[in-house]
Design a protein around this ligand. Structure first.
Ligand code: ADP
Length: 624
């Protein structure tokens, strides 16, 4: 992602917000991460401390009982700390894996709750794809924020313990009789070394952070390669796709992407590889070199002080170990500050998505449940354009639905039939005109209430890998008798009786071997049964017979009268033969209503659109 400059304060605010959000979805993660950081940061110093005591005793008094005592204490303490860390590591890792899933729920919730127009928007889909890509690339975004917390705390605690163990290195004086080495007691020396430790750690940390951030910036350039890889990588393994792959040699087309396109992103001449060989590699090498140099200086200073008699040889281990650990913690903290800053734009992108406002007007009126089903809907001069397009998908559409009647909407593909239904159930609001329910603009009703009056079977309906009954009822607990009736009304009664587990039969085999694979036609009947089960005053079937064989199609038509009962039903189709039985037929053409009437009335208009379509289709059937 292009560097969007953020100050460390802004970056920390974003980091903090991310941590709070993650804490909400996984309340155990941060307490465990805190404990894990505490224990991990103490371990190096525990080791350093006990080794120093042992060496000190060995180089001075060499008392066996004291040595044994120190050795036992070192083993016990070290053991306890290591065990604790191992336990916490397991917990931390498990919770982090779980966090990965919980965080995905945040995105799913957003998709479930955002305005439909946004769900449909390519810009928003791209934004989400980019957020996923950032995470796949280097865990940029929320996951990085969770790691940052644990690492930062570990470094801070490490610095604190390091300072405690190092103070005496600077304060212990070289005895006055040690000749020129007494110069090491001079405060300037102490100041120089302390500043060296600080400066080198800071510089090395900054260089390393720079390397990580340059690496991270590749996330955006890698998006296309990653998407292509995601799409084609497992293409051959996808069920239902492999037939076409074999028949139409799609493997050759796919191979082209693997050989020519994907290497542009991942190959040796990709920008990723070039930056690894140049800037990223150089920054990393400098950072490592500086740290090695600093360790050398610390060795020299500590050894000289021990030589001069400021402390005994045993303490050299403690001081070198502690200063090295201190310096690497300062280094890591600076590196982390760079990472927090580098992560800020990615977090900002994540929050842009999660904060996306719902701009559709939310009304407050309720659509009181009427047993007489007297809900009258009117389109009044409605025009609509899909967001981001210039063409009117619907233009000046006016019509009234007569309560309890069967209305057919016909027209060629792309004439606006589905769009009309999408506006009716307020997935979008029209730019011009208004839609009224019992004389009141539908925007003024509570959306949830308004949706309750519709049962819709969309062309691209979706069934879930759950029991047949749950699918029909839209709920885990359901009224078995009503589900069976709905299925039988939709024409699936015979199939249901052949299922050993009845309405408990799982659909599809995603989760169980017992699942049944259903045909397109059966799926469509289940979707129709689901609409019937909802028992709403309006029933809308959008091309419901597209996947049905002619026998099943005839069956549905014959049943349609019975199915719709006293509901107002709307039937969308481009097969005119299926609309003959409707009370009124509305013909759409290029987003406008061009004709209205019964089948006979419309056929009588010889030059009309309906008659034209009818002739074309009749001819097609005759030829067949
Ligand atoms: P029908 O249902 O009659 O086949 P639609 O209502 O699906 O027609 O489409 C009407 C017009 O709106 C077509 O020109 C189609 O290309 C366009 N359209 C449909 N859906 C979208 C969308 N999500 N974004 C942009 N244009 C769309």
């Amino acid at each position: 992602m292009k560097e969007t400059f953020k100050t460390i304060k802004e970056a920390l605010q974003l980091q903090n917000r991310a941590a709070k959000l993650l804490h909400k979805v996984s309340p155990n993660f941060f307490p465990v991460a805190t404990l894990y950081a505490l224990v991990s940061s103490l371990i190096p110093y525990v080791t350093v401390y006990f080794s120093a005591q042992l060496l000190q005793e060995l180089s001075n008094n060499r008392r066996p009982e004291i040595l044994i005592r120190w050795a036992m204490a070192a083993t016990l303490c070290g053991g306890i700390f290591l065990l604790l860390r191992a336990f916490l590591y397991q917990r931390y890792n498990t919770l982090q894996d779980a966090l990965y899933g919980s965080k995905e729920i945040l995105f799913s919730h957003k998709f479930f709750s955002m305005d439909y127009k946004d769900l449909d928007s390519q810009k928003i889909r791209d934004l989400h794809a980019q957020i996923q890509q950032n995470e796949n690339w280097s865990s940029w975004g929320l996951m990085r924020a969770s790691e940052n917390y644990q690492i930062g705390l570990c470094n801070l605690l490490g610095i604190l313990s390091g300072i405690l163990l190092t103070i005496s290195l600077f304060t212990a004086p070289v005895p006055q009789n040690s000749g020129c080495l007494t110069i090491l007691n001079h405060p300037v020396f102490v100041l120089i070394l302390a500043s060296c430790i600080l400066m080198v750690s800071l510089l090395a940390g900054m260089l390393s952070a720079k390397a990580v951030s340059i690496w991270g910036q590749q996330a955006e350039t890698m998006t296309l390669s990653n998407r292509i890889f995601g799409y084609f990588g497992k293409f051959g393994q996808r069920q239902g796709k492999s037939e076409d792959v074999r028949l139409y040699h799609q493997q050759d087309l796919i191979r082209h992407y693997f050989q020519k396109i994907i290497p542009l992103g991942f190959g040796p001449s990709s920008s990723m590889a070039i930056s690894a060989r140049s800037s990223v590699g150089l920054y990393d090498a400098f950072a490592t070199g500086l740290t090695a140099l600093l360790t050398g200086c610390i060795y020299v200073f500590t050894c000289l002080k021990a030589w001069g008699g400021a402390f005994d040889v045993g303490s050299i281990t403690q001081y070198v170990g502690a200063v090295t650990a201190l310096s690497s913690n300062v280094f890591a903290l600076v590196e982390l500050a760079g990472l927090v800053k580098a992560n800020a734009p990615y977090l900002e992108q994540t929050f842009t998505f999660l904060d996306l406002p719902n701009t559709m007007y939310q009304g407050s009126l309720t659509t009181e449940k009427r047993s007489d089903r007297k809900y009258e809907i009117e389109f009044r001069d409605v025009s609509f354009r899909y967001p981001g397009t210039d063409n009117w998908a619907l233009r000046h559409v006016s019509m009234k639905f007569h309560i309890g009647t069967r209305l057919a909407i016909v027209g060629e593909n792309g004439s606006g039939k589905t769009t009309f239904i999408k506006l009716l159930c307020r997935l979008y609001d029209p730019q011009e005109g208004e839609i009224l329910l019992n004389g009141i603009n539908i925007r003024k009703y509570k959306y949830k209430d308004y949706m309750e009056i519709f049962s819709i079977v969309f062309q691209d309906f979706q069934l879930l890998s759950q029991s047949l009954g749950s699918n029909v009822a839209g709920s885990i607990i359901y009224d078995r008798k009503r589900v069976e009736k709905a299925l039988s009304d939709a024409g699936l009664g015979e199939r249901l009786s052949s299922m050993p587990q009845g309405t408990d039969t799982p659909l599809y085999k995603d989760f169980t071997e017992d699942g049944v694979e259903i045909s397109g036609g059966e799926a469509q009947k289940i979707a129709i049964a689901r609409a019937l089960y909802k028992d709403a005053p309006f029933i809308i079937l959008d091309e419901p017979t597209a996947a049905l064989d002619p026998v099943a199609e005839a069956e549905i038509y014959a049943k349609f009268n019975e199915i719709s009962g006293d509901r107002t039903s709307i039937y969308i189709s481009h097969r005119l033969s299926s609309c003959k039985f409707c009370d009124e037929i509305v013909v759409f053409h290029q987003g406008q209503i061009v004709e209205k009437g019964t089948h006979e009335e419309l056929l009588a208009q010889m030059n009309g659109k309906y008659a034209q379509l009818w002739q074309a289709q009749a001819q097609y059937y005759t030829e067949e």
